[in-house]
Write a new protein. Structure first.
Length: 392
């Protein structure tokens, strides 16, 4: 699937930069074009792979390149004011060569959480291609203002995009881990999962042909209908034996190195279960999911149609959805067999409910603080008026 990626804000820019590095490393060619938008000049300068002429600094007249300081209302205002500058960079994207736009943003900060929904609305008004969002939720330890920003942005972002894929930092940060190290690991995890998903169907003339092809239309149809999506991932390492070729836990141990079909089928099914019931980008109950897509990736001799079909049927049973698609994405030189499960239109998401509750509480607290501040200011002014003696 060919994407035009737009990273909005610090987190969005870093993840787009990571996707470009992933493309270069794997040759997957997912990112047809990339743009980074920010109100902080330093963040744009810190990127390694986004071309200089695709880095857009917005809000210069108001924040002088220093960012919006977690004020997402200001972030939204700046995005609206400078939408023509952003469009100028998007005009350089060969839109006729892309399958969809993907706007990536951290939802806790100011620039991304405020500006990403503004851009999504703008793109949907102009282009016929789907506009998807990838929103990164802040950890609960990052502070009340970030939670409040995320709750506000989430409601707006999910309304403006054709589908909002979500990654929850709260479910992935390790205890005792440094912030910088934690986010580097998280960004790697995001790119790995979405890289396999969006890489499906993108084959060159030298690549293996899939038994059951997953192309961009399968992904688009799974994401159709809007709502919130989450991604599951599981992988098994493939051992490389120089004497008898590729041997792994997926082989039956035959002397000729051929893959045991029954064993392969069972292992694929096991990976599908691990992906769906394990660590999702946004933890949720998978029952009630509206649509799902299974992609199996790895050396072609370790993939088979029967295993994928069995995994797909298991997903149907677990989700209760009749719209479950599946297929394979063969990668001849891979050292892993991996399963990626896209769950679209999920409903039972405790984190979102918690986020909204905390946001309501934070909003109430902010109002209380404002009222208290105004009362203190009034008392201070009154006291000063009482104590001051006329000068003349």
């Amino acid at each position: 699937m060919k994407l035009a990626m737009i990273g909005f804000g610090q987190a969005g820019g870093k993840i787009v930069d990571k996707f470009l590095e992933y493309d270069q490393r794997t040759g997957s060619s997912i990112v047809r074009s990339a743009v980074a938008v920010n109100s902080a000049k330093a963040d744009l300068m810190g990127l390694d792979n986004v071309p200089q002429d695709h880095r857009v600094l917005i809000g210069q007249s108001r924040v002088k390149g220093h960012g919006v300081g977690a004020d997402n209302e200001l972030g939204a205002e700046i995005a609206e004011e400078d939408i023509d500058e952003i469009q100028g960079a998007i005009d350089n994207i060969p839109v006729h060569e892309v399958d969809a736009f993907l706007i990536i943003a951290g939802m806790g900060g100011g620039t991304g959480s405020g500006g990403a929904p503004v851009l999504a609305k703008h793109l949907k008004r102009i282009y016929t291609e789907p506009v998807y969002g990838l929103g990164i939720l802040p950890g609960s330890d990052e502070g009340g203002i970030y939670t409040l920003n995320a709750a506000r942005s989430f409601q707006t972002f999910v309304r403006e995009v054709d589908n909002l894929m979500v990654f929850d930092n709260d479910a992935w940060r390790q205890s005792g881990e440094s912030i910088e190290g934690g986010y580097a690991e998280i960004n790697e995890e995001i790119v790995r999962r979405f890289g396999i998903l969006f890489g499906a169907g993108e084959i060159s003339g030298d690549d293996e042909v899939a038994e059951s092809v997953v192309d961009s239309s399968e992904i688009i149809n799974t994401l159709a209908g809007g709502g919130v999506s989450t991604i599951g991932y599981a992988a098994e390492e493939v051992e490389n034996n120089n004497d008898s070729g590729l041997l792994s836990r997926f082989t039956g141990g035959d002397d000729d190195g051929t893959t045991d079909t029954a064993n392969t089928t069972n292992r694929i099914t096991s990976l599908v279960r691990k992906a769906a019931l394990g660590r999702l980008t946004l933890p949720c109950e998978i029952e009630g999911t509206e649509r799902a897509l299974l992609v199996m990736s790895g050396p072609p001799q370790h993939l088979n149609r029967k295993g994928i079909e069995r995994g797909r049927k298991w997903l149907e049973e677990q989700t209760g959805s009749m719209e479950v698609r599946g297929g394979d994405y063969p990668v001849a030189d891979s050292n892993y067999v991996a399963g990626v499960v896209l769950l679209s239109g999920v409903n039972n998401v405790p984190r979102i409910k918690e986020l909204q509750e905390v946001a309501i509480e934070a909003q109430d607290n902010i109002e209380d603080i404002r009222e208290e501040s105004e009362e203190n200011l009034e008392e201070l002014v009154e006291d000063d008026d009482d104590e001051l003696e006329p000068l003349f």
